[in-house]
Design a protein around this ligand. Structure first.
Ligand SMILES: [Zn+2]
Length: 291
């Protein structure tokens, strides 16, 4: 005989609620203020919550649409990773690449294009978080380095919109080398006296923060973006201290001198245009000669 016996039947799971009649994907809930927003309203507001100004993550193409005046010319569209290490973790790297290409329609985690920003010619490199966390492998590195070299050839400024989890570990040391390669190209851009603006968006971490994201003539960020090198948990374990409120967010970094400005998404384009105009040597020379 059993010592314990269940005298009552266990409570049955509640019957599943009737399926909602609201179609999927029409409404979005703001993770900050829990406001429910109509999808089209959110898109019209550049994916910024109308109630609390939470900046939703947007994709690389939307970035170009927000910053460029109209059409743009894309470069190096077909560069693709060759999986040089034939890397496998929980999944083969090749399968991850394939999934990234299928879900984004891009060959890797960056788009590079030239166009005009309020009439100023510029090259923009925009990173795509949906492609393996926006991680920087050989292709992303090569695309950004070539973009900078193209800017030097054509004498135009460079804007990089960072959105990345850091270096791509599936390409090992090769991904780390991209940091040096891009920094080398940026040094040449600097010697050519051409401006570079880094726009840090949520999230900008790891090897991207540790290289080109922090090397702009201007480093600006969107409000509330996570920006850092190592994650807060790793830092807490290392220094054995509790981290302050808002640590690794744009506003905290601005306060501590790591950023030049925190610029809301709607003001990003006019802000960049004004800064480029300010830094443009030829227009200064032009004004002086006409004066
Ligand atoms: Zn909100």
């Amino acid at each position: 005989m059993a010592w314990f016996k269940k005298t009552r039947k266990p409570m049955a799971a509640t019957v599943k609620a009737k399926p909602s009649r609201v179609p999927e994907g029409l409404w979005v809930k703001c993770p900050d203020c829990a406001q429910v927003i109509y999808n089209k309203d959110l898109a019209a507001n550049l994916s910024v919550c109308p109630k609390c100004a939470h900046h939703f993550r947007i994709n690389a193409v939307e970035r170009l649409r927000i910053l460029f005046d109209g059409d743009w010319v894309e470069y190096d569209k077909d560069l693709v990773s060759t999986d040089p290490l034939e890397f496998t973790d929980t999944k083969p790297y090749k399968a991850r690449l394939k999934a990234g290409i299928a879900s984004t329609g891009m060959k890797d985690a960056a788009i590079v294009a030239s166009g005009t920003i309020d009439g100023i010619e510029a090259i923009i490199a925009s990173m795509e978080y949906r492609f393996i966390g926006g991680s920087m492998g050989v292709v992303v590195g090569e695309k950004i380095a070539r973009a900078i070299e193209r800017a030097i050839e054509t004498r135009v400024p460079v804007v990089v919109v960072c959105c990345s989890g850091g270096a791509r570990m599936m390409e090992g040391a090769l991904s780390l080398m991209q940091m040096a390669k891009i920094c080398g190209a940026l040094a040449r851009l600097d010697r050519a006296r051409l401006p570079y603006i880094a726009v840090l968006t949520d999230p900008t971490t790891g090897g991207v923060t540790a290289s080109f994201a922090m090397l702009g003539d201007l480093n600006i960020a969107e409000p509330g973006a996570l920006i850092g090198f190592a994650g807060p948990r790793v830092i807490e374990q290392t220094i054995r201290q509790k981290l302050p409120q808002g640590f690794q967010r744009s506003e905290f970094l601005l306060e501590h001198g790591m950023l030049d400005a925190v610029v809301p998404r709607k003001q990003l384009k006019p802000y960049i245009a004004r800064a480029l105009e300010f830094m443009d040597q030829s227009s200064v020379a032009g004004r002086q000669s006409s004066a």
